[in-house]
Design a binder for this molecule. Sequence first.
Ligand SMILES: NC(=O)C1=CN([C@@H]2O[C@H](COP(=O)(O)OP(=O)(O)OC[C@H]3O[C@@H](n4cnc5c(N)ncnc54)[C@H](O)[C@@H]3O)[C@@H](O)[C@H]2O)C=CC1
Ligand SMILES: [Mg+2]
Length: 341
Amino acid sequence: MLKSLRTLFWPKTVLTRSSSSYVARIRYLMRLKEDDEACLEAMRSGSLLLYHTLAPLLQKSPSGLFQLPAINTSDFKGILDKLGKNRALVNESVLIGCTEEDVAQFSLDVGALDKSEMERLCGGVFIDLRKAFFLLRGTEAPLVARGQALLRWHQTHGFCSASGHPSFRNQSGSQRVCHSSGHTYYPKMSPVVIALVSDGSRCLLGRQATFPRGMYSALAGFCDMGETIEETLRREIAEEVGLELESLRVAGSQHWPFPQSSFMVACHATVAPSNTQVSVDLEELEDARWFTLQEVQEALRLKKPPRNPEGETPTLWLPPRYAIAHQLVREWVQQQIGAHE
Ligand SMILES: NC(=O)C1=CN([C@@H]2O[C@H](COP(=O)(O)OP(=O)(O)OC[C@H]3O[C@@H](n4cnc5c(N)ncnc54)[C@H](O)[C@@H]3O)[C@@H](O)[C@H]2O)C=CC1
Ligand SMILES: [Mg+2]
């Protein structure tokens, strides 16, 4: 029943497909989002990512790697039959994508069912998203995060904030409507700008008191209402480390599911070499300081997090591979190496 979804995900393959099949798939998804009947029809032959109280179901392959098990909806209905549960539970799933073979993908929280029984019947284990995200391969992690984020949004937006009455989702889960106030609600991400600030030869990293010992990351902050990316970043860097930016360049973006959905806009930024005196806002950060290329390269070479026991000077540790902060650091290292060749 279970097979790997690995080949079915899109992020890396999308650019290599012909644009016409990409467009056809996107148009199909658009229809599924808006047309309840079409969505229900697609669900009959769709695949499911299962979660238990928002923890995704993962499967360990014989080689020891974790992957997402692909469960089709008809197999899942068979499991519900075995448990004597109502098959209508499947209709609570939300649409999260579509494979290259036009199989609609849904995510479903089975928190109402017995966890270990589900694990036994599905041949997997429910793992907290914070762990699961880093156990999965690069192409699967964004999908599992997306599925969880949409489920979480529905679980926490059951009521209209204008009328206080219940809101109702459409079949795909792309929106909720309050029949009393007439408001339509759409799933939200909070925009965040994150930047690796450089003075030309060093980069600035900061840590919050909640980070594991020795871990430093790029500086980040939520956008205030009405701000541009440039304004947010200028303000955040001034607030958190008391520096004025000279330039910034947008380098990429990422959906980040922790603690709730953020839309991370990643930038490389610079300050003038004559303007590097850091003044840390200790309400926001425990520390922020400049690191040399060599220090950062050593941290990138670490295969696993250092132990960093209390009482010893901690070894620098960077955010994990999938975090866009990590990508920014890698890009900065490449730029530095390129500049000195
Ligand atoms: N993917 C990655 O590489 C990284 C992701 N991040 C994420 O970036 C986010 C923002 O970074 P911080 O430095 O914590 O932001 P921050 O510097 O704006 O400080 C957080 C504070 O901003 C306030 N705030 C304003 N708008 C908010 C909103 N929409 N949601 C929550 N709090 C809001 C709250 O008081 C909160 O305590 C965090 O959620 C963090 O997980 C941070 C570093 C690396
Ligand atoms: Mg911050």
